[in-house]
Design a binder for this molecule. Structure first.
Ligand code: PMP
Length: 392
């Protein structure tokens, strides 16, 4: 019998998180499950003014089709910001504006992956990347994350034993774990990938959201030509624009551009013009500082409550930025069982196993702090602590 569906959709993991979000529609539930930025910081007025300005001053053009690469002044702005923040020299010709960085992941899979190609992924890893790449049926090699980034010994072994085309990682405040790579690890990763001719896909939607410590240079600094760097406006302006970008060498760009054309011709041009106008007319650093201050406080409230209420055999990461932290329960507990119990106590989180390509992580879970008010964090963690103690 002929199947209606292509083989490639056979084993695509569903977004477990979206499934969970359906269950926890109830506004009474304190949800640490979502991955949403805090809407209090969406710059509604600034966006309103920017939209009105571009429509008034250039109405017919901003509603027209545009180039696949994206609006040049916006790409120049992004390149300039990399230089100012990190001293990274990137030319606007190396930047492609995408429909969120999520589309960047899909285009990378489409352009670079043949069935069976080796892809290294962190464990736990970003579910959206696992999902995007899965359509191209690669062979995933997962490597555990330690407190200061990927396990280098395991990376060495994997590279020695397998031909790996890509390594996908999130070195700053990773989703789901909140872990960041130390500078030493970034250099070691770059060195190893250089030697094995593996491309690092450096996904960095949270890099600007550091609230503790100093910024650490991006791996792109150490692995210039063999890094594909992804960025996004979702966490620093607003996710609804669906605007992100890919930074890559011109040789790679030539092919990825074709994939982008085939997918959607170009990213929403009106949105690009509005965001650019917003960036021109507002102090984005000041705006990001406000977000960082709030997330820093929310994260502190969460970590303090965890330390106060959770049993000592439960451990958590202590992120220096971003939106998530990661909990490891004692081995005998299943976070799925704890989830069922927690929902009854009106508190939610994301169980950890969907972030593992090889079905591990049963005793882990992800907590989001960016989208929960500070005063609710303690209450939610207290309820969760009660559930965990009962499960033990
Ligand atoms: N990468 C990571 C690591 C993420 O956490 C997210 C958002 N959940 C994305 C990519 C996608 O972001 P966007 O498409 O909104 O830019």
């Amino acid at each position: 019998m002929r199947s209606l569906f292509a083989k490639r959709v056979d084993d695509i993991p569903k977004s477990f998180i979206r499934e969970i979000l359906k269950v926890i529609d109830d506004p009474e539930i304190i949800s640490f499950a979502g991955g949403l930025p805090n809407p209090e910081f969406f710059p509604v007025e600034g966006i309103k003014e920017a939209a009105s300005k571009v429509l008034t001053e250039d109405g017919t053009n901003v509603l027209q089709y545009s180039t696949t690469e994206g609006y040049l002044p916006l790409r120049e702005y992004i390149a300039d910001r990399y230089f100012k923040r990190q001293g990274l020299k990137i030319s606007p010709e190396e930047i492609l504006i995408t429909n969120g960085s999520q589309q960047g992941l899909d285009l990378i899979g489409k352009t670079f992956l043949n069935e069976g190609d080796g892809v290294i992924i962190e464990e736990p890893g970003y579910l959206g990347a696992i999902q995007s790449f899965s359509f191209y049926r690669p062979k995933f090699h997962s490597i555990p994350l330690l407190d200061d980034g990927i396990d280098i010994e395991s990376l060495k072994d994997t590279l020695a034993e397998n031909d790996c085309k890509l390594f996908y990682g999130v070195p700053n405040f990773q989703n789901p774990s909140g872990i960041s790579y130390s500078d030493k690890k970034r250099r070691e990763v770059a060195q190893l990938l250089e030697e094995s001719n593996t491309v690092f896909v450096e996904d960095d939607p949270y890099g600007e959201l550091r609230f503790i410590g100093e910024d650490i240079p991006s791996i792109k600094n150490y692995l210039k030509d063999n890094t594909i760097l992804l960025g996004s406006f979702s966490k620093i302006v607003a996710p609804a624009f669906r605007l992100g970008w890919i930074v890559m060498s011109k040789e790679k760009m030539e092919k990825v551009i074709v994939a982008k054309q085939a997918a959607d011709l170009h990213s929403n041009y009106f949105a690009q013009r509005v965001i650019y106008q917003y960036l021109l007319d507002n102090d984005i650093d000041q705006h990001i500082n406000k977000i960082k201050e709030a997330y820093g406080r929310q994260r502190e409230a969460m970590v303090n409550s965890i330390k106060e209420y959770f049993p000592p055999e439960v451990s958590c990461t202590e992120p220096e930025g971003g939106m998530f932290l990661w909990i490891t329960l004692p081995k005998e507990l299943s976070s799925l069982d704890v989830f069922e119990m927690a929902i009854k106590e009106q508190v939610a989180f994301v169980p950890g196993s969907p972030f593992y390509v090889n079905q591990g992580g049963k005793n882990t879970l992800r907590l989001n702090y960016s989208n929960v008010a500070e005063d609710k964090i303690e209450k939610g963690i207290k309820s969760l602590a009660k559930v965990i103690k009962r499960a033990l």
